[in-house]
Design a protein around this ligand. Structure first.
Ligand code: NAP
Ligand code: MG
Length: 499
């Protein structure tokens, strides 16, 4: 692909990456205590973008101390709900104002195409606006009790305290926003750690948080390895809650390391979501949905429709048409105005994805289309083509394990009961999709799926208003919507003797 179709880098993005990057602790931009640094690269070019502090446990201690102080001693705890709302609304406006700069930064650090990052900051702004609305609406209850005496019984909803937040690389700015909006609205303070592969948009968000006027220590942003710095955050006795988005494997480690201090946890983990295509579906809609459900963001979406169940009577034609359809995606550098799909995040991730394709073939699946993408200059980055695997059975590794790349495993089915059983036969329970024109079938299957999210004749939709999260090993708790308020508040029950 010719470089002349590359969109010029936003000057503010260029300026941001040219300045030395630091961590935000207690309102100051600081280096790590050891002075060590780590680089972040552009997965479309393998070029180093810049470096960020390689923080360690000792930096976490400072960040937690600052968050603790802002929570325990103020000023944050003295902010009125309407004042918290005002700051969140100001931050939302700053996201809108800097949307293009943030989009370019995200595309550069994470590889997502500009087509996907273009509106992200505006969506993020809507998250802050939605939760700003909640700030003034956190109410308790008055409860009639049948105990002796003249008793007044009521509840208060109070913030949990210091929240540690840890994010993945596949959607860095949105996960950061989702880990700030709800907790800040209800009065918590936060120590936020972005993934080491994609720290930049979160650091820029930190600057906007300061510009909005949040007091020092309310939001701290630390960079460094999860295995040391992240681990310390999950073990720290002064951290009240951990909100984590990432792999199920690390989610398990976090539950273990948080056990000694009984951390409250919200876990948004991996998935192997079933997308079920019935023969009575609107064929073209189903085809588009099936493709977008797995190939969006090059398959690096936790709820990607990576297991495609197709009713047997249309299976052969549908899978062949999907393979054809998948060739229409233009792969390339996210800054290319024609690119629809960017690279996967790293060499390691590309190797993992290609290995799974090999494993699938060894297990007897058929590689119909896709695989390594090295032609036309794509060898400059970590590109994998949209890949369709046919002849898959639900017990194969490619149908059971999360690949987190653009690989769909297509499995035939004959009856509703059979497909429900297969769809639920996985340790995961994040998303699910159903394509049919039969409304009774659609709801029946939606109710039977053991997953936190189901899309009918659509896919990939999320909203700040609507709860998102997983059943089974896909997680604990929910983000977004009223459910997120429950995740970030404690309920206190108070008894008053009125006599
Ligand atoms: P990951 O390897 O689990 O890492 C996620 C985060 O945890 C990173 O910031 C990582 O730091 C940190 N970390 C690693 N080990 C840690 C430890 N022992 N203690 C504390 N923190 C630790 O996940 P990923 O590869 O970045 O992201 C892909 C995974 O995220 C996929 O499984 C995907 O399904 C899942 N995901 C889930 C959702 C959801 O909402 N359910 C959304 C997006 C992604 P380093 O970067 O420094 O290693
Ligand atoms: Mg990067």
């Amino acid at each position: 692909m010719s470089t002349s179709t590359l969109v010029p880098l936003n000057p503010n993005t260029a300026k941001f990456i040219s300045q030395p990057k630091k961590m935000l602790i207690n309102g100051k931009w600081v280096d790590s205590l050891t002075g060590e640094r780590m680089v972040t690269i552009n997965p479309a070019t393998k070029e180093i973008i810049t470096s960020v502090p390689k923080g360690g446990p000792e930096d976490i201690d400072l960040a937690v101390e600052s968050a603790r102080q802002a929570f325990d001693e103020g000023p944050w705890s003295n902010f009125k709900p309407a004042e918290r709302a005002k700051l969140l609304l100001r931050l939302a406006d700053l996201l809108d104002k800097n949307a293009e700069e943030l989009s370019h930064l995200e595309t550069m650090d994470n590889g997502r195409t500009l087509k996907f990052t273009a509106g992200l900051a505006n969506v993020g702004a809507e998250h802050f606006r939605y939760f700003a609305g909640w700030a003034t609406k956190i109410t308790g209850e008055t409860i009639p009790v049948s105990v002796p005496g003249n008793i007044f019984n009521y509840t208060r909803r109070e913030p949990i305290g210091v929240c540690g937040a840890i994010g993945p690389w596949n959607g860095p700015i949105m996960t950061a926003i989702m880990k700030l909006a709800a907790p800040l609205a209800v009065g918590n303070t936060v120590v936020l750690k972005p993934a080491s592969e994609t720290p930049l948009s979160t650091l820029r968000l930190g600057e906007l948080i300061q510009e909005a006027g949040f007091p020092d220590g309310v939001v701290n942003i630390v960079t460094g390895p999860g295995s040391t710095l992240g681990k310390r955050l999950t073990e720290h006795p002064d951290v009240d809650k951990i909100a984590f988005t990432g792999s199920t494997e690390v989610g398990k480690q976090i539950m273990r390391s948080g056990a000694d201090t009984i951390k409250k946890v919200t876990l948004e983990l991996g998935g192997k979501s079933a997308h079920i295509i019935f023969s009575d579906a609107d064929y073209e809609v189903a085809l588009q949905n099936a493709a977008n459900a797995i190939f969006m963001n090059t398959g690096q979406i936790c709820f990607a429709g990576s297991r495609l169940f197709v009713e047997k009577k249309i299976y052969d034609k549908f899978v062949a048409d999907l393979a054809d359809y998948s060739k229409n995606y233009t792969i390339g550098n996210g800054f290319d105005k024609y690119s629809m799909l960017g690279p996967v995040i790293s060499e390691k991730q590309k190797t993992t994805v290609l290995n799974y394709i090999d494993v699938g073939e060894q297990e007897g699946a058929e590689l119909i289309v896709g695989g390594d993408a090295t032609e036309d200059g794509l060898s400059n980055g970590y590109f994998v083509k949209p890949t369709v695997m046919g002849n898959v059975t639900n017990d194969m590794r490619i149908a059971q394990e999360e690949i987190f790349g653009p690989v769909v495993a297509a499995i035939p089915f004959e009856s509703i009961d059979e497909v429900i059983k297969m769809a639920n036969n996985t340790p995961y329970g994040l998303g699910g999709g159903i394509c049919t024109t039969d409304i009774r079938k659609a709801h029946k299957v939606a109710h039977a799926l053991r997953t936190g999210n189901v899309w009918i004749n659509t896919y990939n939709l999320t909203s700040p208003t609507s709860p998102f999260g997983g059943y089974k090993q896909s997680g604990i708790g929910r983000e977004n919507g009223a459910a997120a308020i429950d995740m970030y508040t404690e309920i206190k029950n108070i008894w008053v003797n009125l006599d």
